[in-house]
Design a protein around this ligand. Structure first.
Ligand SMILES: Nc1ncnc2c1ncn2[C@@H]1O[C@H](COP(=O)(O)OP(=O)(O)OP(=O)(O)O)[C@@H](O)[C@H]1O
Length: 528
């Protein structure tokens, strides 16, 4: 095997630094392609690891590979995510320097899989102490829960993370921070896509008694929030089996039966909310056309409130709850100083308010889950947190026909990561050569700072313009498009965002306005 590896590793170059023509994109791709054809998915660019998604299981992550890469100098063995992790761990332990592994790439590139391999290596090479087995279990077992509630099928990736995740810790324990859950997915999915996995897992995997308690039917096509993408089955995915795995993983995270029931009741409330229909009634006021469903939601809600630790309903008659819920769904309540003003909503406003409620419940549930996971991870974390290894796995670039506000934020975040990469690698290297008076051949690269500036530059960019708008208006924005339309209404002709292709150029308009066509943000142009 050793011999085979040796021969195969001579395919192309293992480190792009050694590539003769290291400035041309075609030479870069050709090298990746050559290596990929031999099943070699990893290549270095100095300390950076480039990984190509093989879309099939490769026999390169077993315990033999863990042993092989453990405590071995970075460049001694063929490029591997284990080599990167081993180097980070040894610097953490030996030099007592905080480490961060930053994983970036477009959606479906393999970021989450890479982060799992990092965790796998850490878990496998950590010395066994009391309690350690449970920490390892919890870290690895937390994945099915986070994936069920935070991942979804998209057109690019059947198991796409729809939230960003930063994990840090030392080898004995850890902590997770979640970012930017794509909550708009709870109420809307594009064609071919699904809502978060957990909804389908619940319907497929719950036994009949649980479904009856939640007043749910097994077939997702009954529910508006679950059927818009017209793709509720994912080939090769067994949602019922997934539900079993999630329940076991919740147990490992010390989330017992009662708290699991609470999660399922909340999921059911969200699913039912999506089926509430509104029509325009007297004087343009919204009215509910299927009031029976409100009674069903009230019934489920009472069950939730009656769980131990729940906020017991003052009056537990379903009728009074239904009345309260109808009032809440049809009216808006504005608190101004000591005054509370309740006024009826029009149909469109009621639809938006219903969706906002569903998104908010889901997001809070997700945040609660991450907090609980952290609690269970830290309960076994006895060593004082001093030096940590962080892993950042944020969801990837994507450009849809219609881009949600969250996607704009995530694409912006990816641009910032790219900017950090440029700062840490290309710029700092070239600056050092300049300082030291070393002769070198300058490498031209596209500096995406101008794209970041368009979003963040003080007083001039998108965020600055948003800040000058009426705060209450901004809260209502659903997508980047509606956001800009709204701004355009208030401040004539400021910004327009459309979907679009790769970077084609950045020009300055006559009056100093920027016009940008960007790869990451969708075409985003500031129009005069
Ligand atoms: N190293 C690997 N070996 C085998 N299969 C892989 C590997 N990396 C990725 N895959 C396959 O590709 C799929 C997508 O990978 P992953 O979910 O990690 O992408 P991602 O970059 O995190 O995407 P997103 O930004 O959409 O979350 C995985 O479900 C898996 O089937």
């Amino acid at each position: 095997m050793e011999q085979d590896l040796h021969v195969r590793d001579r395919v192309g170059v293992q480190d792009f630094v050694l590539l003769e023509d290291h400035t041309s994109e075609s030479a870069f791709i050709e090298n990746l392609q050559k290596r990929f054809n031999e099943g070699l998915i990893y290549t270095y660019i100095g300390p950076v690891l480039v990984s190509v998604n093989p879309y099939k299981d490769l026999p390169i992550y077993g315990s033999d590979y863990v042993e092989k890469y453990r405590n071995v100098n970075f460049y001694e063995l063929p490029p591997h995510v284990f080599a990167l992790t081993d180097t980070a761990l040894r610097s953490l332990r030996g030099e007592l320097i905080n480490q961060c592994i930053l994983i970036s790439g477009e959606s479906g590139a393999g970021k989450t899989e890479a982060s799992k391999k990092v965790l796998q290596f850490i878990a496998a090479t950590t010395r066994k102490k009391a309690n350690l087995e449970t920490v390892k279990d919890k870290l690895l077992q937390s994945n099915p829960v986070l994936e069920a509630f935070g991942n979804a099928k998209t057109n690019r990736n059947d198991n796409s993370s729809r939230f960003g995740k930063y994990m840090d810790g030392d080898p004995t324990g850890g902590h997770i921070i979640n970012y930017l859950l794509e909550k708009s997915r709870v109420v809307f999915q594009a064609k071919g896509e699904r809502n978060f996995h957990i909804f389908y897992q619940l319907l497929a995997g719950a036994d009949d008694a649980l479904l009856e308690k939640l007043s749910l039917k097994r077939d997702p096509s009954h529910y508006v929030y679950l059927k818009q993408g017209d793709s509720s089955k994912v080939s090769g995915v067994d949602d019922a089996e997934g539900f079993k795995t999630v329940r076991e993983a919740l147990q490992v995270m010390e989330i017992g039966d009662e708290e699991q029931q609470a999660l399922f009741l909340l999921l059911s409330v969200i699913i039912h909310l999506g089926n509430i229909e509104f029509a325009s009634g007297d004087g343009g006021r919204a009215r509910i056309t299927n009031p029976d469903l409100v009674s069903t939601i009230a019934k489920v809600w009472i069950l939730f409130c009656c769980l131990p630790g729940g906020k017991k309903p003052v009056s537990d008659t379903p009728f009074s709850h239904t009345k309260k819920l109808v009032k809440a769904l049809l009216n808006k309540t504005i608190e101004a100083r000591d005054d509370v003003v309740v006024s009826p909503m029009a149909r469109d406003e009621a639809v938006k308010a219903r969706d906002a409620l569903s998104k908010s419940v889901y997001e809070r549930m997700f945040t609660w889950l991450v907090q609980r996971l952290n609690r269970s991870l830290q309960s076994s974390w006895e060593v004082k947190k001093k030096y940590v290894l962080g892993i950042l796995d944020i969801y990837g670039f994507e450009i849809f026909q219609s881009n949600s506000f969250e996607q704009l934020c995530i694409n912006y975040c990816n641009e910032k990561l790219q900017q950090l990469f440029i700062e840490l690698t290309l710029k700092s290297e070239q600056d050092e050569y300049r300082r030291e008076g070393i002769a070198w051949e300058p490498v031209t690269y596209f500096d995406n700072k101008i794209i970041c500036d368009l979003i963040e530059e003080k007083h001039k960019a998108l965020t600055g313009i948003v800040d000058t708008c009426n705060k209450r208006d901004i809260i209502r924005f659903e997508s980047a498009t509606s956001l800009t339309h709204h701004i355009a209404k208030g401040k004539p002709g400021t910004i327009e965002i459309t979907h679009g292709g790769p970077v084609t150029g950045i020009t300055k308009g006559k009056n100093g306005h920027l016009m940008v066509t960007s790869k990451g943000l969708g075409a985003l142009k500031q129009v005069p």
